[in-house]
Each structure stands twice: as structure tokens, then as C-alpha cells.
Design a protein around this ligand. Structure first.
Ligand code: PLP
Length: 387
């Protein structure tokens, strides 16, 4: 039986796969089982932040795998502590809890917000205000926090205590913040929702409301975090200090990790036994993440902004392109007269891996991509859009 038939036979069909069997990769170039090479503008959905098989990252991960691959959180291990130290030194965070995915990191910030409120105000102040068109993950609770009806099917009963407002609607946000609210949960650039950046005005209003009412400002940076938008955290663009932030995707550079960043207000909210994980903080994964953060200095962050501006400028000159939205190298392309999925499939046939987000094409290239690789990818995109 061929590989694709085996996949069809044995893997649960929760994904409509594109026609690529990825075998190996280096930098922004992926090699398929068909022997063809592909420029990667997807990074496994914002995960391979240093590209495929970056030398420093491979060395860090392999060295740690040969030394100690796992030890329970009942014991100390250095890579995890170093990673937490770096995250706290370079962000607003005072403490970190490590998990294994974006959804789990979001479960962590949701639990932290509710426990903060419970500890301080007692029962009943548990409502989380989230945004319509948001996306926060696939567990039952993070689906409950996801403001898209399509995700609120089949799995009910969902977790209670979520309320949704439209991004940009400050009135509605204020109205939703009644005495039961303990947190406001936002993606600063809605990723799965179609690469939609929030306005400064709305984000500032949310931050102000949180400060006034002791509601926790919770920022889901699973996709926007770790340099993706040209700053280590996207919240730096907005000049806000969150109380809680979730990280995942790009943090590990290709291995599964999630992080709950706890700000000053709630740094001590988790005591012994209040939260836990078997794999979170795994030494091999943390060794990879340490290398990602070591490399993500101001020079690389500035390059991300510059390459994002370059990509935007070049894509805007292409046929069928109406607009390009996003920040840094998290970019969505609005097309006129073309559907996103078949266009992405056509790009793949021509040698470019590109994502979609709703009706848009979405680009999340490696943060380390070279201009030569960008140009090769753009050439393919231009050709496909011009057909
Ligand atoms: C991908 C994503 C998640 C879910 O992350 P998983 O690792 O798939 O659980 C949550 N929030 C945002 C903003 C995301 O982009």
C-alpha cells in the first residue's frame, strides 16, 4: 500500500491534507518525497521559527537528548530554569509555567485568571470576556473561549463562563465587564480568524478597563509571540503590560511546548498541587527553546520587521492582491476573485508552501529566512496569481 493510502487507512481524518509528503528540510527549503524542493512560507504554522534543522538548534536539542531526555517536574532540571529565567528577564513575566501546546498554555492562563479572582474575591467572579472570531485551541474549554460558532458544535456541554464581544467595539467590552468578569482574553492579531490585527484604541481601552476593575489582561500570543511580529511579544507593539500571556508555536523551534507567563499580580496564583503536567518543561524541548531565544536578539527582531515590510510591499504589486494585513512576518493576503485554499494548493504545485486563514492566504516564514529565499517564494506566488 502506498504511503498516502496508509495515511488514509490509519490516520483519523481530521485534516484535509495538501499534496506534499515532507521528508527533509534546511532553512526555508523543504524537500518532498517527490524529490522536489519547496520554499516554506508556513513553518508548520508558525512553529519552525529558525527554519528547518537549523544547525544551532539541532546541536542544542541533540546534545540535551544525549544527556537527559526527561525528568519529572518533581525534580529540578537546568534547561527549564534557564528558559524561565530568560522569559522573565525579557518580558513582563515574573513567573512561568510550562505546558506542551497552545491550547494547554491557554488552559493555564484561564485557570490562573479564575484562581486569582477566586483567591481574592471568592466564588462567582469567573467570567472571561473573549472576542468574536478569536481562536484559542481545541480542548473543550479553549473551544469554549473561541468566539466562532463553527467550533461550538458536537462537544457540548461546553465550559461555562465565556462572553464574546466584537473586536473594536469598546462599548460592548465595557458592557460585558460586569461584576462577574475576571479576565479579558485577546489575540492582538487574530491568526486563525484571518490575520486581523486589533486596533490600538481597542487594546488600550481593554487594558484600561482591566486596570480599573482588577480584571486580568490575558493575551494569547501562541501565534504572535516569540519574535513573529518583529518584537519578542506582540504586546510590546501596543505598549501594554499584560497580566497573563500564553506562548507556544514558535517558542520551541519545532518541538512541542507551551508557556504560561504570569505577571506581577498573579505570579503566586499557582501553589503546590494547583496545576501540573507530565511533559511540560521537558529538558530537550527547553534546550531547543533556549536556542531560539538566544538567537532572537534585537538584530534578528529588526530583520523580521524589515522582511515583513519587504514581503508586504512586493505582494501588494501582485495580481489579484487587494491588501496585506498583519505585523512583522505574520501576514494575511486578501485576494480579489480567487479562493484561498485552491490558490495555496496551486502554489504548492509550483514549489511554495503557503497557508490560508479563512479567505486569505497567510504567510508565516521562518524568522531567519534569507532575501534570496523570500524572492524565490515571491516569484512563485506572483506566477500563480498571474495565471
Ligand atoms: C494555534 C493556536 C492555538 C492552539 O495551539 P495548539 O498548540 O494547536 O494547541 C491557540 N491560540 C492561538 C492564537 C493559536 O494560533
Amino acid at each position: 500500500m502506498g504511503f498516502k493510502e496508509l495515511d488514509q487507512k490509519y490516520i483519523a481524518h481530521s485534516y484535509a491534507r495538501f499534496d506534499l509528503e515532507a521528508v527533509s528540510g534546511k532553512g526555508a527549503v523543504c524537500t518532498g518525497a517527490d524529490g522536489k524542493t519547496y520554499i516554506d512560507f508556513s513553518t508548520g504554522i508558525g512553529v519552525d521559527s529558525l527554519g528547518f534543522c537549523d544547525d544551532g538548534w539541532v546541536k542544542a536539542v541533540c546534545t540535551q537528548a544525549g544527556k537527559l531526555q526527561h525528568i519529572s517536574n518533581l525534580y529540578y532540571s537546568e534547561p527549564m530554569v534557564r528558559l524561565a529565567e530568560t522569559l522573565c528577564t525579557r518580558t513582563f513575566a515574573k513567573k512561568v509555567f510550562f505546558a506542551n501546546s497552545g491550547a494547554e498554555a491557554n488552559e493555564g492562563i484561564l485557570k490562573a485568571a479564575r484562581k486569582y479572582s477566586h483567591d481574592k474575591y471568592g466564588k462567582g467572579r469567573h467570567t472571561i470576556i473573549a472576542l468574536e472570531n478569536g481562536f484559542h485551541g481545541r480542548t473543550v474549554t479553549t473551544l469554549s473561549a473561541t468566539g466562532q460558532d463553527i467550533f461550538h458544535q458536537y462537544y457540548d456541554p461546553f465550559t461555562e463562563g465565556f462572553r464574546f464581544v466584537r473586536a473594536g467595539d469598546v462599548e460592548a467590552l465595557r458592557a460585558a465587564a460586569d461584576g462577574t468578569a475576571c479576565g479579558i482574553l485577546l489575540e492582538l492579531v487574530q491568526g486563525e480568524g484571518g490575520v486581523v490585527p486589533l486596533s490600538q484604541e481597542f487594546v488600550s481601552a481593554a487594558a484600561q478597563l482591566c486596570a480599573e476593575q482588577d480584571i486580568l489582561l490575558m493575551i494569547d500570543e501562541v501565534q504572535t509571540g516569540v519574535g513573529r511580529t518583529g518584537k519578542l511579544l506582540c504586546s510590546e507593539h501596543y505598549g501594554i503590560t499584560p497580566d497573563l500571556t500564553s506562548l507556544a508555536k514558535g517558542l520551541g523551534g519545532g518541538l512541542p511546548i507551551g508557556a504560561v507567563l504570569l505577571g506581577e499580580k498573579c505570579e503566586s496564583v499557582f501553589g503546590c498541587g494547583d496545576h501540573g503536567t507530565t511533559f511540560g518543561g521537558n529538558p530537550v524541548v527547553c534546550a531547543g527553546a533556549n536556542e531560539v531565544l538566544r538567537r532572537l536578539d534585537q538584530t534578528l527582531l529588526d530583520e523580521v520587521s524589515e522582511k515583513g515590510a519587504y514581503l508586504t510591499r512586493r505582494v501588494l504589486e501582485m495580481p489579484h492582491v487587494v491588501s496585506v494585513e498583519g505585523k512583522g512576518m505574520m501576514l494575511g493576503i486578501t485576494l480579489d476573485g480567487l479562493e484561498s485554499r485552491p490558490t495555496a494548493a496551486e502554489c504548492l504545485r509550483h514549489g511554495l508552501i503557503i497557508l490560508t486563514a479563512k479567505a486569505k492566504l497567510r504567510m508565516l516564514p521562518p524568522l531567519t529566512i534569507s532575501y534570496a529565499e523570500i524572492d524565490r517564494g515571491l516569484e512563485i506566488l506572483n506566477e500563480v496569481l498571474g495565471q
